[in-house]
Design a binder for this molecule. Structure first.
Ligand SMILES: O=C(O)CCC(=O)C(=O)O
Length: 266
């Protein structure tokens, strides 16, 4: 992809209104709606699938969840993801919700291909990698239509207001490396499905409880690009409070290692 390509041919920029910011603060999530243009969606599917096929091949029920569902650092492998992550509309959203100093904290594909009927249990994203300050946002961009049948996300509105849930040993650096699964209790009667159309985006707070059920459709994959942003000074609580390394996408940071990290990644 050409670096000079107009970002507005790929991505749809819209600022959140004050009412939407307030609603996010109350409910812990926001449905942005369409965020990729048709061209952006097509590029993203092509580049993500090239990386996915090279590493993963076809879905294989005999392989681990990690193998079947996750490809980390996709921005190293796809220039359109890189531009979306570093320069796209989500950076503006992150600024509205986190403040002026922001870094990318995670980029990955989280796929639930047809045949993958494994649920992903209730958890907080900040449980899998506790960052402080506790205002990181997770942004899910759908590369396919996602609905209840093919394993869309479910959320408990307002659950972030209860703060960080202690996950004990599952929240340690060792558990994170080994991808120990977290299974929090949640009041299912309050859960809402979050269907998305391809090219739409949902974002939510790092404390918002969410889950997904298995993909029970016969012929539809559920492919999601998962990006996370944090305050530029955010540290990893589980890792002796070392700064989370991620590209500085806006503003400044007190950590020189964060300023230097991926600064040259075009
Ligand atoms: O891929 C899924 O279904 C769930 C992903 C998720 O909740 C996460 O990565 O935090």
């Amino acid at each position: 992809m050409q670096g000079s390509e107009n970002l507005r041919d790929l991505f749809i920029y819209k600022a959140l209104s004050d009412a939407q910011v307030q609603q996010y603060n109350e409910l812990g999530y926001h449905r942005y709606g369409r965020i990729l243009t048709d061209t952006g969606l097509q590029r993203m599917r092509e580049e993500c699938m090239a990386a996915w096929r090279a590493d993963k091949g076809e879905f294989d029920p005999n392989k681990t969840w990690l193998h079947n569902a996750l490809l980390v650092n996709i921005h190293h492998r796809s220039s359109v993801v890189r531009r979306y992550y570093f320069e796209g509309p989500l950076v503006d959203v992150a600024e509205q919700l986190l403040g002026p100093n922001i870094k990318g904290a995670t980029s990955q594909l989280t796929f639930k291909m047809r045949g993958n009927n494994k649920p992903f249990h209730w958890h907080q994203d900040n449980g899998y990698g506790q960052l402080d300050p506790y205002n990181a946002i997770s942004c899910l961009t759908a590369l396919d239509h996602a609905d209840v049948e093919n394993g869309c996300l479910w959320i408990i509105p307002g659950s972030h207001l209860k703060g960080q849930v202690d996950v004990g040993a599952a929240g340690t650096a060792e558990a994170k490396k080994a991808w120990v699964e977290i299974k929090l209790d949640a009041d299912e009667t309050k859960a809402l499905p979050m269907p998305l159309k391809a090219g739409e985006c949902l974002f939510f707070h790092g404390w918002t409880l969410h889950k997904s059920e298995g993909n029970l459709s016969k012929d539809r994959d559920r492919r999601i690009l998962f990006l996370r942003y944090a305050d530029a000074d955010a540290v990893e609580v589980y890792n002796n409070r070392a700064p989370r390394l991620g590209r500085l996408v806006r503003g400044t940071t007190k950590f020189p290692e964060v300023r230097a990290f991926e600064a040259d990644l075009a």
